[in-house]
Design a protein around this ligand. Sequence first.
Ligand code: NAP
Length: 327
Amino acid sequence: MHAITIPEPGGPEALVWDEVPDPVAGEGEVLVDVVATAVNRADLLQRQGFYDPPPGSSRHPGLECSGRIAAVGPGVSGWAVGDEVCALLSGGGYAEKVAVPAGQLLPVPEGLSVDRAAALPEVVCTVWSNVFMIAHLRPGETFLVHGGSSGIGTMAIQLAKAVGAKVAVTAGTAEKLERCAELGADILINYREQDFVAELREATDGRGADVILDNMGAKYLDRNVQALAVNGRLAIIGMQGGVKGELNIGALLAKRAAISATTLRARPLEEKAAIVAAVREHVWPLVSGGHVRPVVHREIPMPDAAEAHRIVEDSSHIGKVLLVTPG
Ligand SMILES: NC(=O)c1ccc[n+]([C@@H]2O[C@H](COP(=O)([O-])OP(=O)(O)OC[C@H]3O[C@@H](n4cnc5c(N)ncnc54)[C@H](OP(=O)(O)O)[C@@H]3O)[C@@H](O)[C@H]2O)c1
């Protein structure tokens, strides 16, 4: 088969479409003929040599895919050759074939094409596990997501609205904020021109956010705590603003607030399977019903993955950039 390889870490040109050995479905796995994968910010770090795949995972980048089952390994039930699926991966999506633990498979939701389904697994599983399974966002609460027009942000807005939350977003341009509003965001904050703590307080009569989904890490730690409501929950999933920050524990105590931080890729197989099962139960009906849709910026042929990485690196996209296998 062909796959994107990274012979030497570096810029987008480090991504090379090359012939590599086919993967094999092991115990508890299925082999998927990949139709599409999607670019995640973590793939940029892996390309630069800063984010190695966990032990035992494919060396090729790609944290999600969609396609058709080509073979079913020993010990797998409930899936058959030819089934249209999408999957959460710990690597290997930028390839014509990938072996996937059966617990990380989802059927392509009704009403969605196979290629578009590649835009869902990583963002849906990340948002569901952090915002709902850990931070327990409830109807009527205020939810702030930073980077509202990102792959993660476009899904977080839709899921939070679907459960009846009030949604605030930050983004860097008026056009991106406009797209967030079209997806349902109620409070729009341009992080380049406005102070999100002050804007959020004003929009919530001084209460702040019950739940914040944060991609910035250190740079926003102090201001995120300031922006939390009493009993607020801050869920950190990214470190775009650095890894070491100073925390005002007094402010956290006074608000009886909580901070969580997780990365999906490193979670054990059983935890990923539990998240995927919860997503299938709670989110898939919303997708099939047309209440939640993948936001796709562009589809690009997989051999041209470098072009897709340039788009995501420049942050000129809204939603997800897909890579589609040739032929
Ligand atoms: N922990 C996990 O398991 C996990 C899983 C998936 C993703 N993530 C993380 O989630 C984040 C989003 O991932 P993605 O793949 O959806 O990335 P993406 O589409 O590339 O989006 C990155 C976002 O960061 C925003 N941003 C940059 N500077 C900002 C600032 N100062 N304030 C607020 N927002 C800012 C950008 O906004 P503008 O374009 O408006 O500038 C953009 O929306 C990344 O940090 C990624 O590492 C974590």
